[in-house]
Design a protein around this ligand. Structure first.
Ligand SMILES: [Zn+2]
Ligand SMILES: [Zn+2]
Length: 264
């Protein structure tokens, strides 16, 4: 079984201090065969993500690590876009000519408001519904390969408004998944929720993965969403188990945005 990690942050992201070299070293030490860096990127000047990423520096670090760790690990260059369905033309413009292996699309904000603060003064149903509606717009209008942390809202909701009730949001979730399949966009099993004992669940939960599979979804990646070296490759075995339980026999890697599957 090949161990890979397709969601990683380093100091090229505004919220991480990890150096790419130390992340690669730790991945190699753990026996991870392939990593894909997915640094945060936003074109919205109002978001904290804005202005941190310098693509020239990023690709320089990637190149340095590829040379340094040649024969030890495969290194892919990806990105995690923040609400790329908004300001779509600016994203297209800024990313043109940049050769990425993999693009994650994320909902970190609703109407430019952080998910953490979006919860206040609304019913839990409203909060989760608004979140999923934003994910629906993400999957409908963005040029992305995979939806990151599909039900991220529960990271903030779990300890206050509680987790969402799948059946109450079944319709919107089905619409998102159908659209994803139609547009050839995949899902990830994001293991960061398993690192947090208060959440103790991957993003997304089993109901969503099983529904994706039953609707004919195939493209699935696994990522730790680590922001420090020690979390690299975290909970990969558990993620693999979850994937199998949901009925998947393959997970995917990407090369210049082309998916290829391998048996898990
Ligand atoms: Zn994210
Ligand atoms: Zn991330």
């Amino acid at each position: 079984m090949e161990w890979i990690d397709y969601h990683l942050h380093t100091n090229h992201s505004f919220d991480s201090k990890a150096s790419m070299e130390e992340v690669c070293r730790e991945a190699i030490r753990k026996g991870v065969a392939e990593v894909c860096f997915t640094e945060h990127y936003s074109v919205n000047t109002k978001l904290p993500t804005y202005g941190h990423m310098n693509f020239e520096d990023y690709f320089y670090s990637i190149q340095q690590c590829r040379v340094k760790f040649k024969n030890e690990i495969i290194i892919k260059a990806g990105i995690e876009l923040c609400e790329p369905h908004l300001m779509k033309d600016t994203y297209t413009d800024k990313l043109s000519g940049i050769e990425l292996d993999f693009i994650l699309g994320s909902v970190h904000n609703i109407n430019e408001e952080k998910l953490r603060s979006y919860m206040y003064h609304k019913t839990p149903e409203e909060v989760y519904n608004d979140f999923f509606e934003e994910v629906y717009r993400l999957v409908s209008y963005s040029d992305i390969d995979v939806i990151a942390h599909f039900d991220l809202m529960k990271r903030y909701g779990m300890t206050s408004i509680g987790n969402y009730n799948f059946l109450k949001h079944r319709d919107i979730i089905e619409r998102i998944l159908t659209k994803a399949i139609e547009r050839n966009i995949g899902l990830e099993i994001n293991t960061s929720g398993l690192r947090n004992e208060k959440i103790n669940e991957a993003f997304p939960g089993m109901d969503i993965l099983a529904m994706y599979k039953s609707l004919g979804g195939e493209i699935l990646t696994i990522g730790s969403d680590s922001h420090d070296a020690k979390s690299v490759g975290g909970h990969f075995k558990e993620a693999r188990k979850i994937a199998k339980e949901a009925g998947f026999q393959y997970i995917f890697k990407f090369d210049k945005r082309k998916p290829s599957k391998f048996v898990i």
